[in-house]
Design a protein around this ligand. Structure first.
Ligand SMILES: Nc1ncnc2c1ncn2[C@@H]1O[C@H](COP(=O)(O)OP(=O)(O)OP(=O)(O)O)[C@@H](O)[C@H]1O
Ligand SMILES: [Mg+2]
Length: 217
């Protein structure tokens, strides 16, 4: 049984302005959840709170394994990943960008090689692996960002507008990668998009954010 995520009455305000109001939700394990809503309604804020990068003012983010709540510690944080819309790449090779997260986890060289190669293959960047990451196109950089997240094999992956400012061909590639993450890695996906057609294609479950509340889409 995988990791499951529940929000219990999350509230968040910035400078006295309420952004999230008593939001509760159960994200079903192994499914893809697509969150939509107008600019500035709190989608990215909600993802940061879910990914434990920011604390809510009130309420709780509960991660459960076998029905039991887990402590919100480093072990748990290593099982989840948030991919931001503007992926910052490190000024080194494509390979090293993907290997970095594994290196800091102390994984051995041989295993790093194998995992990075497999991941670059999955995102269609294997022939670019010796190239400087800063020389990649925008679409390729997005795929590199996905590769950096995927190589860590997160059980829950948050994607904030993964195809914003990407052409159709790269969008299709990225959508395929996301669908594979769910099908093969059994990851739970929680993503934000402004494209209703994409939400229909990718989402097992659709959510809307409006007036600081979450609604079924
Ligand atoms: N760290 C912060 N400090 C102050 N205000 C913030 C902070 N983060 C977000 N906000 C404000 O909270 C509101 C929600 O922002 P958020 O980025 O979550 O919206 P969003 O739904 O992701 O919008 P978009 O579709 O434009 O990405 C905005 O008014 C934003 O200015
Ligand atoms: Mg946003």
């Amino acid at each position: 049984m995988g990791l499951s995520l529940e929000l219990a009455q999350i509230s968040k305000a910035y400078n006295g302005q309420v952004i999230l109001r008593d939001c509760s939700w159960v994200f079903e394990t192994g499914l893809s959840h697509v969150l939509m809503g107008p600019n500035g309604t709190g989608k990215s804020t909600l993802l940061r709170i879910c990914a434990l990068l920011e604390a809510p003012d009130r309420g709780r983010v509960n991660y459960l394994a076998d029905g039991r709540p887990l402590p919100l510690d480093l072990d748990l944080k290593r099982r989840i990943t948030l991919l931001l819309p503007g992926v910052g790449v490190f000024n080194t090779s494509v390979f090293n960008n993907v290997a970095y997260g594994l290196k800091i986890r102390g994984i051995n060289r041989k295993e790093i090689q194998a995992k990075v190669d497999a991941t670059l293959e999955a995102v269609g960047l294997v022939e670019k692996k010796r190239q400087r990451a800063l020389d990649l196109s925008t679409g390729q950089s997005k795929r590199l960002g996905l590769a950096r997240a995927m190589v860590l094999e997160p059980e829950v992956i948050f994607l904030d507008e993964p195809t914003a400012s990407i052409d159709q061909a790269n969008t299709e590639i990225i959508e395929d990668i996301i669908m594979n993450l769910k099908a093969e890695k059994k990851a739970t996906i929680i993503m934000v998009t402004h494209d209703p057609a994409q939400a229909e294609r990718l989402g097992d479950r659709l959510l809307l954010i409006k007036d600081g509340k979450l609604w079924p889409g």
